[in-house]
Each structure stands twice: as structure tokens, then as C-alpha cells.
Ligand binder design. Structure first.
Ligand SMILES: [Zn+2]
Length: 255
């Protein structure tokens, strides 16, 4: 009897080798849940799957239910995002997005904003210059954290709820483990490190702006890196080990 099939639009996050010629795809489905599927023969040179199952491809899939993993039967490319694989800087900037999506998404746990936001971010990064790609990456990492219930508190003390003014040139205590800024009165009881107020303003800007606005706005490399470090601290405190692709970005000497 033929296996039942179903259609799925998905973003390819990662692929791993299976046997001689197959791949296991880690996918972010349109509903934001994570799925894994086998693309049989995808590593053969003439496979029609090869170019359609690269990381960052958005694909309309036809999948057959398998015993453990579902099997990719057909794949139609919706968006290739070629530049994110071929451009060195663009690739380094976009890899943390795929890695974090792979870490926070879960099987059978719908979170549609993850998929919508990732597609918009990758579309914007595909057309952006390298400096804006970095800013868009920082923006998307913060948005992914926010959609996963980990939105940092940037203007209100996480200890007492008092408003904190972000004065230009000042630094503000920030506690990754408590999820945000800390006032002077609460500081002694919480594990906090000083962060430039400017970095917190950039983070706020990234969280509240659309990707089109970020792509058209200012792109300050050092500000983007500061926000990426902030995102890495939040990942380390709440998601688990730091993102490897971000560690690479920090030490690569790119940008
Ligand atoms: Zn406080």
C-alpha cells in the first residue's frame, strides 16, 4: 500500500549525510515546528533534490510518512537565497539565524511567527550589503528569542519593574540570566554586567523595526556586533550552549 503523503512549505535549516547518497534535512515548517525528512539520492550529482535542499532554501515539499523519518518525494523551490550560501560575509551573518531556529523550534510545537520572521529576514539579507546583513542577523536573533518567550527587558528593571533611562554614553547593568536591565538598587542581588546604553538602544531598535526598515536604515558594524554578543549571552543563559556559528563570526575577522 502506498504511504500517505502530505504537502509542506518549509525552510531548510541544516542537512546531514545519511549513508552513501542520502541526506537528512532539518526543516522549519510553515507552522514553526521542526521536521526532519530524508532526501533519498540527494547527494548524487544528477539528483534533482541537490540544489533544492540546501540550507536557507524555502521549498514546497511533498512528503511521505515513514516509520521513523518522513521521505521527501518532491521539492519545488520557492526561494533559493543563493547569496546566503555563496557570499562569505552573508553566509557567516546568516548561519546563526539557522542555528538558533534549529535550537528553539521543536517537533509538533507550532510557532508560526518563527517561520514568517525567518523568511522575511532571509529575504532582506539576500538583497542586503554585508553590513546590513549583519544588522539584519542581529535583529532576527533577537526576534527569534522574543518569539520563543525570551524577549529581553531593555527599559524596565527585571528586579523591581522601575523604568531605566538609557542615557547616551552611560552603561547599564544587564543580567542575561534574569533577562534584561537592572537598576542600581537591584544590582547587588543580581548577576549583571555593564552594557553600553547605545547597545541597548540598538537592540530596542532591532526588536521594534521591520526587516525592511533595518535594511534601509543605518548599519553600524560595531553596534551590530555588540547586539550579537548580547544575543549570545541570552542564548547561553536560556537556550543552552552558545551558538557555534556566532563564535565563528566573532573570531573570523570578517567585517
Ligand atoms: Zn530594580
Amino acid at each position: 500500500m502506498a504511504q500517505p503523503t502530505y504537502a509542506l512549505r518549509a525552510l531548510v535549516l541544516r542537512r546531514t549525510k545519511l549513508g552513501e547518497s542520502d541526506l537528512i534535512l532539518t526543516l522549519l515548517a510553515e507552522d514553526g515546528s521542526q521536521q526532519r525528512a530524508v532526501a533519498k539520492g540527494a547527494r548524487k550529482p544528477k539528483s534533482s533534490f541537490a540544489a533544492r535542499t540546501e540550507p536557507f532554501c524555502v521549498v514546497d515539499c511533498l512528503l511521505a510518512r515513514g516509520r521513523s523519518l518522513d521521505i521527501l518525494k518532491e521539492a519545488r523551490l520557492v526561494a533559493a537565497h543563493d547569496h546566503l550560501r555563496t557570499g562569505l560575509e552573508a553566509s557567516a551573518a546568516s548561519a546563526p539565524v539557522a542555528e538558533l531556529l534549529g535550537r528553539v523550534s521543536q517537533r509538533d510545537l507550532a510557532n508560526p511567527r518563527l517561520f514568517q520572521s525567518a523568511c522575511r529576514a532571509l529575504d532582506a539579507m539576500e538583497g542586503a550589503d554585508d553590513n546590513h546583513a549583519l544588522a539584519l542577523s542581529a535583529a532576527e536573533l533577537l526576534k527569534i528569542l522574543a518569539f520563543s518567550g525570551l524577549r529581553p527587558s531593555l527599559e524596565v528593571c527585571v528586579g523591581c519593574g522601575d523604568a531605566i533611562e538609557l542615557t547616551e554614553g552611560a552603561s547599564v547593568p544587564f543580567s542575561a540570566i534574569d533577562g534584561g536591565v537592572v537598576c542600581d538598587a537591584c544590582r547587588s542581588g543580581l548577576e549583571a554586567v555593564p552594557v553600553d546604553a547605545a547597545t541597548l538602544c540598538w537592540a530596542q531598535y532591532f526588536l521594534t523595526s521591520t526587516f525592511n526598515a533595518v535594511a534601509a536604515g543605518p548599519a553600524d558594524i560595531s553596534a551590530s556586533f555588540s547586539v550579537l554578543h548580547l544575543a549570545q549571552d541570552l542564548v547561553r543563559a536560556h537556550v543552552g550552549s552558545p551558538l557555534k556559528s556566532l563564535e565563528f563570526l566573532f573570531t573570523s575577522g570578517l567585517f
